[in-house]
Each structure stands twice: as C-alpha cells, then as structure tokens.
Design a protein around this ligand. Structure first.
Ligand SMILES: [Zn+2]
Ligand SMILES: [Zn+2]
Length: 264
C-alpha cells in the first residue's frame, strides 16, 4: 500500500490510497486539472480510481467532487451527515456509510472525529491483498479513544499537524479564529499530532505523513521537528514527512515495484 497527498491544507485536500489493486481518494478539494496532473505524477490513471471517501463537507475537502464525478464517474462515499451537505449535483448518487465499507481489496472503517462539521470522519484501511493497514485523519480538534483504537498498529499514518500552538497564539488570526482552530472541534497542533502518533504507533509503524499544515501558523520544518521531538523511540523509527500544500507529496509506503518509498 502507498499513500500520496496530492494536495493538503486549507487550499484543497486530496489523498490517494493505493494498495496496488484498489485506488481511492480521501477527499477531493482540488479541481480536475490539478487532480489529473497529480494522479499522472503518481502513475495513476484517473479512470482506475474507484471512489472518493469524503471526511466532511468543508469546501477545501469537497470543492472538486462535482467535476471529478462528472468526468470520471467516481463513487462518492461519506457519513449520512456529510452526504446530506455535499454539493447538490453529487448528493443523489452518493453512498452513505455508517461504519464499514469494502471497495475492491480495501476494507475501510469510518471513525467519527471531533470537528465543526455535520458528521466528520477519519478513514482506516486494511488491504485484503497484503494485510497492510493505514489511517488518514485530518481536520479534528482532538483525537478520541475510538480513533486511537482504530488507528493503533497501522503501518502508514497520515495525520493532521495543523499549527504550532505558539505561532497560532502570537499570529495574525483574529481572536475568534484562534479560538476556533485551537478548540476541541478545530484542528490538531503539532504537539497533539505527536501525542497521537505515540498513542497509535507500534513496531508496525513505518511512515508518517503530516497533513493540513497551516500556511500562517506552521511550516513543514517546524511541524516535522516538533513531531520528532514529541514522539518516543518506538515511533521515531518511522519515516516522517509533511505534506506539501499545493503539490503532490512524495509517496509513503511501498510503491508498485515493492520499494519502500522513503519520504524524508
Ligand atoms: Zn480542511
Ligand atoms: Zn474542516
């Protein structure tokens, strides 16, 4: 299994999960041209993607769905609350899932997360082909015990590291927005992300990709160094990288040729 963040952050999110036989996207907040370019760079034909799994209805996660669905016919999947708030044109054909869905060779679990959206979810993947496990979670104010249980023992972990708490506090955001971002239904800080990596990290953990970095209140360097400092020895054995906002990140996990993609 390999994961590529085609775009990550408030300007648009799209995360490719590919176990070699089945390909899905987590969210689709970028337009079809950028999406096609990113997929091509990852060696993926858009037609081979089977579904978009939507985490929640915020615009940076759903903006590209109508055009992508019209162009490539992808199935759209989400919780009932998310599906109800999708763009009108994709709502009728979207599939509501409560807890589990199987797409091709991927067993997928939806896990509720705490965020200021209708019914936001994270996604946990198990490949039936390889047995590998992965988790993708962005846009959450605090991790729940349920999320920790669902992600514990994954090989590939994609987790939000939105902001440095001091940069947010001292930065230019208005007070209401600072409060919103830092709240339990906002976004994870680098320190919270490190604690989460520690909580779910076992000897199986191979690679961590930090998602949804704030352009104003974080940098990839600060996110990576804070996270590295924050995790214990066990999780330190994993490779760690931060997703790029407007371009595809280096893949984490095994590529088609079986090579472990190191993304440092
Ligand atoms: Zn977002
Ligand atoms: Zn959001």
């Amino acid at each position: 299994m390999r994961i590529v963040a085609l775009a990550s952050g408030s300007s648009g999110n799209a995360i490719l999960v590919d176990d070699g036989t089945t390909r899905v996207l987590v969210d689709c907040g970028i337009g079809p041209r950028t999406l096609a370019k990113g997929l091509k760079a990852a060696g993926v034909a858009p037609e081979s993607v089977q579904a978009i799994l939507v985490t929640h209805e915020h615009i940076d996660h759903v903006r590209g769905i109508p055009q992508a669905v019209a162009k490539w016919g992808w199935t759209v999947i989400g919780t009932a609350g998310t599906v109800r708030r999708l763009p009108t044109e994709v709502r009728p054909a979207a599939k509501t899932v409560r807890e589990h869905v199987r797409i091709g060779d991927l067993d997928i679990a939806l896990v509720p997360v705490s965020h200021d959206a209708a019914e936001p979810a994270a996604y946990a993947f198990t490949s039936r082909t390889s047995g590998q496990r992965a988790g993708v979670a962005h846009d959450l104010g605090e991790p729940s015990d349920k999320l920790i249980r669902a992600f514990r023992g994954v090989e590939l972990l994609c987790i939000e590291a939105n902001h440095d708490a001091d940069m947010l506090r001292d930065g230019p955001y208005p007070a209401f927005l600072k409060d919103r971002v830092a709240s339990a239904t906002g976004h994870l800080s680098n320190a919270q992300s490190a604690a989460f990596i520690d909580a779910v990290g076992t000897a199986e953990l191979r690679a961590v990709l930090l998602l949804h970095l704030s352009e104003t209140n974080n940098t990839p360097e600060i996110a990576c160094s804070a996270t590295k400092r924050g995790v214990t020895r066990l999780a330190r054995r994993a490779t760690l990288a931060a997703a790029v906002r407007r371009a595809p990140s280096a893949p984490i996990g095994r590529t088609a040729s079986g090579q472990l993609a190191l993304s440092l």
